[in-house]
Design a protein around this ligand. Structure first.
Ligand code: GSH
Length: 219
């Protein structure tokens, strides 16, 4: 049974929030959306809605559920969608791959902690190589994490990958990862998840994302 009222607290800039939007689109849910300005967060959000002050948060008939991956699974279950593979091993493997692909925190290491571009590139290439291994473990060709089957893995990765590529282009001197150029599987995966309509319809856009990073970090 689908819930009677869904309200998503979203910030278009946020990759985690985009996971929730993609999932809602994939299942064809009707929902209301409240945009939270992360650079000027309204007091009422932290005070009345979610003390952690983070997005996304999904209100389901008055019950508030935060955390992107929890929301993805909840929406999948509410709408009896098939975004989670039946095989518990595959699910676990996807969860590990998501957890270990921490390129978002790598960009913070450049912006906040001042690690060098060389160090960033070294860590990024290692993360991509590992992801390539995970992809090949599932299927020899894509376009998705599991091969031809679209799943929550693709939802989890797409917003992170999109912002990672923009960050490289705009803030790491146009760095184009060698691992992506050298691996058809990885390349195909990135193209597959980034060309999915639910991703494209919910993505803030390359320029807008780069502009946000510049503003947020006074670059
Ligand atoms: N683990 C959380 C992370 C959510 C998160 O960190 N969201 C950021 C924006 S991308 C946020 O709301 N930060 C609070 C702030 O910027 O004040 C999830 O997966 O939903």
């Amino acid at each position: 049974m689908s819930p009677s009222k869904l309200t998503l607290y979203n910030a278009k800039i946020c990759p985690y929030a985009q996971r929730a939007v993609i999932t809602l689109k994939e299942v064809g849910a009707e929902y209301e959306q409240v945009e939270i300005d992360l650079l000027n967060k309204p007091e009422w959000y932290t005070k009345d809605i979610y003390p952690e002050g983070k997005v996304p948060l999904l209100d389901v008939d008055g019950t508030r559920i935060p955390e992107s991956l929890v929301i993805v699974e909840l929406v999948n279950n509410l709408f009896k969608a098939k975004l989670f593979p039946e095989d518990p091993i595959k699910r676990a493997q996807i969860q590990v791959a998501i957890e270990l692909f921490a390129v978002g925190s790598l960009s913070f290491q450049v912006l906040r902690d001042g690690i060098s571009h060389e160090e960033y590139i070294q860590k990024a290439e290692a993360a991509l190589e590992r992801l390539n291994g995970f992809l090949l473990e599932q299927a020899a060709s894509g376009p998705y994490f599991l091969g031809e089957e679209y799943s929550f893995a693709d939802i989890a990765f797409a917003p992170i990958v999109a912002r990672f590529l923009v960050f490289n282009k705009s803030f790491i001197n146009g760095y184009a990862p060698a691992a992506v150029q050298n691996s058809t599987r990885l390349n195909e995966f990135f193209q597959g998840i980034l060309s999915r309509p639910s991703f494209k319809e919910s993505y803030i856009g390359d320029e807008e994302y780069a502009a946000f990073v510049r503003k947020r970090f006074n670059l």
